[in-house]
Write a protein that binds this ligand. Sequence first.
Ligand SMILES: [Zn+2]
Length: 162
Amino acid sequence: MLKLVTGAGTPMLQTKTALVEDPLSPDIQLLIPEMIETMYKERGVGLAAPQIGRSIRMAVAEADGKVYTLINPEITTLSEEKVLFEEGCLSLPGQYFSIVRSETLTLKYQDERGLPKKLRATGFLAIVIQHEVDHLDGILICDRYRKQQQNPKYKKLYGTLE
Ligand SMILES: [Zn+2]
């Protein structure tokens, strides 16, 4: 099992990741099942590479009974419709933040075989994907929460967000 990187001020968790150049390389192919296993053992619904100490653009996620391996994911559209959801994070044990997310998104990525994929996600899967892509951009929920608190639009909609 892989060791988790935790803590709000940890540079590994605040650094934008580099693209995965070859999804079929032995290194990446070995990492995928290890990340999925670690996600399950830690009882998470998503795990991004920086959380296990690798600054590369890949994550795994589970929603609606399906496991997703997201290599080089890129969100292509985000809906104007927002939802408020209390999120936790394996890198911030015991901490929860109400985060505003888009209800629906479209995503392009490569799967575990390196094949290009497009996905339209809504509801819980869309929230998990936005959380994991944030990790790959070096953004933690505590930082996003703080930023959203300063956004007058969200403040008006959700009060203090708490
Ligand atoms: Zn997280």
